[in-house]
Design a protein around this ligand. Sequence first.
Ligand SMILES: NC(=O)c1ccc[n+]([C@@H]2O[C@H](COP(=O)([O-])OP(=O)(O)OC[C@H]3O[C@@H](n4cnc5c(N)ncnc54)[C@H](O)[C@@H]3O)[C@@H](O)[C@H]2O)c1
Length: 328
Amino acid sequence: MVHNVAVIGAGRIGRIHAGNAKADPRIALRYIVDPVAHAAEELAAATGASVASVDDVLDDPSVTGVVVASSTGTHLEFSMAAIKAGKAVFCEKPLDLDLAKARSAASTLDAGDARLFLGFNRRFDHNFQRLRDRIRSGEMGPLETLHIISHDPSPPPIDYVRVSGGMFKDMTIHDFDMARWLLGEDPVEVYAAAAAIVDPAIGRAGDVDTAKTLLRTQSGKICVISNSRRSGYGYDQRIEAFCAKGLVRANNVLSSTVEAWSENGPRGDPLQNFFLDRYAGAYRAEMAHFADILDGAEPLIGYHDGIAALAIAEAAMESHLGSGVVRI
Ligand SMILES: NC(=O)c1ccc[n+]([C@@H]2O[C@H](COP(=O)([O-])OP(=O)(O)OC[C@H]3O[C@@H](n4cnc5c(N)ncnc54)[C@H](O)[C@@H]3O)[C@@H](O)[C@H]2O)c1
């Protein structure tokens, strides 16, 4: 069966999701919504969809799925409206900028018949899926500590920073979700040291661009997350899991496996540039999972995952602002 879907938000990630929706044989992309007319029109023209308003989408009973890929401050409102209209929702991270507000949406978003899929795309990356499978197989013994490295090549535009909710809710939230997914437990303690080292404009906007965050779970597992908004050498996405009998590690994905060896040593190809390249396959897999949901499957990532990651992000912010170790 082919499902009619709308994409709200025609920015960087909206364009990716619209392209993947168009390419998925189980999805017919009907509408693009964005108040920036040229953004909506260009994406509609590129995908064969029509430009519409949110109300048009919600009022059209033939639309059964809505992708919320607009700015973060709109996620909760659009997800709630779409679920109340009986649509399945694929909502980008984070669920909202405010934990208390996100929690107050439980009666709608966590209702028995609500279908909310939250876009923590890294869970759909085949490298990290393999990493998790090998940790969980037990071949290396129990997991003891985890090291997640997540460094962006360069900072986002300052206009994006201002509406992003800050680095912990915008960027580290992916790593908080990866930590929960790989540790198999929620952290109970959070400590964060952060600063605006890379770009003073980020500091003036009230945000940070560099952080080390430490998580500790109830059973005693420890996770360190390293973030920077500027690596200078590409999109650095590595994870190391230390286990009782050894190490399981996911390395960066390079543009190719080719190396040139000289008297200066080996030189490989660059790291994949940024998230649009590094996670292209994961975004396609997310859209295929949304088609599964439209076919009746349960979302693999839902409301509770969005709340848990947001709670860690707020605790990290509190810790950075001077509260030391914060208990969740
Ligand atoms: N999962 C990922 O890898 C990933 C990557 C990038 C962004 N994101 C998330 O996706 C969201 C969008 O990020 P982006 O990088 O595409 O930002 P962006 O600024 O490029 O695009 C956001 C778009 O939303 C539109 N928009 C704003 N208010 C709207 C409204 N009321 N109705 C409809 N459209 C509206 C804007 O006009 C803009 O075109 C953010 O919440 C971000 O956290 C997720």
